[in-house]
Write a protein that binds this ligand. Sequence first.
Ligand SMILES: Cc1cc2nc3c(=O)[nH]c(=O)nc-3n(C[C@H](O)[C@H](O)[C@H](O)COP(=O)(O)O)c2cc1C
Length: 350
Amino acid sequence: MSTLQQILGTELPLIQAPMAGIQVSAMAIAVGNAGGLGSLPCAMLSPDVMRSELAAIRAGTDKPYNVNFFCHTPPVPSTEREATWRAALAPYYAEYGIDAASIPTGPGRNPFSAEVADLLAEFKPPVVSFHFGLPSEALLAQVHGWGAKVLASATTVEEALWLEAHGADAVIAQGLEAGGHRGHFLSHDLTKQLGTFALLPQLVRALKVPVIAAGGIADAEGVAAAMALGAVGVQVGTAYMLTPEATTSAIHRAALKSEAARHTALTNLFTGRPARGIVNRVMRELGPIGAAAPEFPLATSGIAPLRAKAEAAGSGDFSPLWSGQNATGCREVSAAEVTRALAQGFHASL
Ligand SMILES: Cc1cc2nc3c(=O)[nH]c(=O)nc-3n(C[C@H](O)[C@H](O)[C@H](O)COP(=O)(O)O)c2cc1C
């Protein structure tokens, strides 16, 4: 079997997890130049910004890089569900003096599409990774057509087998500890979600393609443990969130540095899909998984004005404070330094 370095063309079998909303090209360039695989999360980027960020990566490094997309099917908006959501948030709108009628509806995240594939074809990124499944066969063939390697997140054995059967070149085992959105796509039953060290060895046994470990890996010891369980490499997100290359907000940085970061939960309140973040006021008061929240990504617009008002007052009460369960690796050092520190964990296995 090929090593992850052979598949990715990198010096290290280490992927900086794509983190939509908290990093763009600067992080990808820094990690790439330090020997890992830097990632550009594209789920929240307009085509123009995507193009300029891809150009910045090309100008900033000659190393391989990854571009990452969500592949959800956009839901049909329902005025009834939107009204239920706004009603659940109504006391908060009143508290902040927000006129609910003035809040625009609309999607907060865009899935991979034919237009995006054409844009990417101009750049031919060497690695493309997907969350929430894979795009259509035709789109995936287009991506493979320029020689890109395709990675995708699995949260269960069933999802991993599905990804392998549908063309993933390697599978990311995303354990329940992971920060940000869960990548599940075959079942929405959260009780089926496994921790990293339960999921990883099961995927290693079940798959022919290599398995990359993600979720809760925060230091060299965690890297070594994942490699000992059969991973060909690791994907790390949370540990990069305090680096100067991240665009993590001051409120989010303060939360990650505080004791609050010890308590995270899966919540659907911010986007409509379960994602792991530091527990804050709205998660406590509405319950982290709320039946009133509309489908992904439609919950985003209802909560956005509350987030804006609270943040303007210096509060993260309504912000998605994404974090994995293990924020102990978060340090205010460069992304290159985080990469080098994590790389110490490969010494036994390389
Ligand atoms: C702030 C944040 C944003 C994330 N955004 C994305 C994303 O846009 N695409 C994606 O595939 N994964 C995303 N993830 C999940 C990561 O790919 C990965 O599974 C996770 O960071 C690994 O767990 P860790 O955070 O404990 O290292 C995100 C994670 C975080 C912490």
